[in-house]
Design a protein around this ligand. Structure first.
Ligand code: FMN
Length: 155
């Protein structure tokens, strides 16, 4: 089954930030996609197993942060460790928080899109959180980091 999904690779990897009750979290996600231009809507498909799932559901917001290739180790860390155990993944992965309206964004990333959740779609074993972009920060040009069939590539 995993091979079926690999047919769609490379897939851009993002760092998804969330905030609930004054606590922040970040997870890696490659199931992130544009859904509408007007209004500007973006979807992220998150498994209920992720700590981020409850945080996005409760906080009604998420940030889409676009890492460059130099953040590969941070992407790996944020994609394997859970914030559930009280670990501060920002600190752990060397990521600097930048204050957004409702969620933190990540200073080291090329760009960040802050979204307010406007809809949730139960999609099998994941939930698609549909977010309306409320704040866009573009910091620098650069190559993106993509998940490929046998690891990561920069494009
Ligand atoms: C490259 C990569 C892409 C990932 N994409 C997703 C995704 O799109 N959706 C998802 O639910 N989990 C995805 N994951 C898994 C989560 O990032 C991982 O389970 C993470 O530890 C969850 O952190 P949390 O429990 O703090 O939310 C991905 C992991 C990696 C390494």
């Amino acid at each position: 089954m995993e091979r079926l999904y690999r047919m769609l690779y490379p897939a851009r990897v993002c760092l998804i930030t969330s905030r609930l009750n004054g606590k922040d979290n970040v997870m890696s996600a490659s199931w992130v996609f544009p859904m509408s231009m007007d209004p500007p809507l973006f979807g992220v498909s998150v498994s209920p197993k992720r700590h981020s799932h409850g945080m996005i559901r409760g906080g009604r917001a998420f940030g889409i942060n676009l890492p460059g290739p130099e953040l590969l180790q941070a992407v790996k860390a944020c994609g394997t460790i859970s914030g559930r155990d009280g670990i501060d993944k920002f600190l752990d992965a060397g990521l600097t928080k930048e204050q957004g309206a409702n969620v933190p964004l990540i200073r080291e990333c090329l760009a960040g899109i802050e979204c307010d959740v406007v809809q949730e779609i139960e999609a099998g074993d994941h939930t698609v959180f549909v977010g309306k972009a409320v704040n866009v920060v573009k910091r620098k040009e650069g190559k993106g980091l993509y998940q490929s069939a046998d690891g990561f590539v920069e494009i």
